[in-house]
Design a binder for this molecule. Sequence first.
Ligand code: NAP
Length: 247
Amino acid sequence: MTKKPILILVGTTEGRHLAYQASRRPDVEAIASLAGRTRQPDPPIANTRFGGFGGVSGLRDYLQAQRIEAVIDATHPFAAQISNHAVLAAREAGVPHLRLSRPPWQSQPGDCWLEVSSNAEAAERLPEVAQRVFLTIGRQELATFASLQQLWFLMRMIDPPHEGTSIPPGKILLARGPFSLEDERSLLQTYQIGAIVSKNSGGEATYAKLVAARELRIPVVMVQRPRMPEMETVDDIHQALDWLDGL
Ligand code: NAP
């Protein structure tokens, strides 16, 4: 059987699992593409390429050169640039395109969320919310909070910040989810956290901090997702595999 080459843009746990599941199918040759920012993708995936394509035209050329028959964008909900590039490049190359994106978290009774549109707005609002902050936005935008010298931050991320990055005062915690409710509760209490800053990433792995915040009545400054263009989107791996079947 001739295998259809498909490109999966990976940047989330679901993306890695989708790439793994697709690679086991007899009709598909799945190529997983990673930006290459995280040092060690976990779990490791076979048939992987790393690094950018060189914008929309670079990705379009890649799709044509590799005779890719479908693109699934399974990058993070906050990775707006690659998602925009993917939908445009697929359109230009005439290749079917699907986005796999987990649903955003919704606030529940008892939550105290302050919804903001960006990390910059989160930084602007923080001084009126708390003095000691649990910052869970990853390492890429730490500098946005660096001017808040009067606050103290517990900053959690998978890999350490790049050398020379300006960071706010506080402590760096290197850890990869999933995180348990018990551990999140204990972290918030040990560090006497007065507010959490989180992106609305959705998913189970990092949800426990929001439950702990609800229990302890700690406010959450929740950064909303960036706007994306209209595109066919599914929210779980099974639907993405069904879409592949329908090609
Ligand atoms: P971004 O701003 O949307 O993308 C920046 C550039 O990185 C893209 O234009 C593209 O370069 C390259 N790129 C991104 N994802 C790629 C992929 N899967 N394969 C090949 N090239 C890719 O993305 P970002 O926010 O910097 O995030 C980088 C990666 O980390 C993404 O894959 C994302 O899923 C993952 N991630 C992001 C976040 C977040 O909060 N932003 C959180 C967790 C994981 P070219 O233009 O040269 O093609």
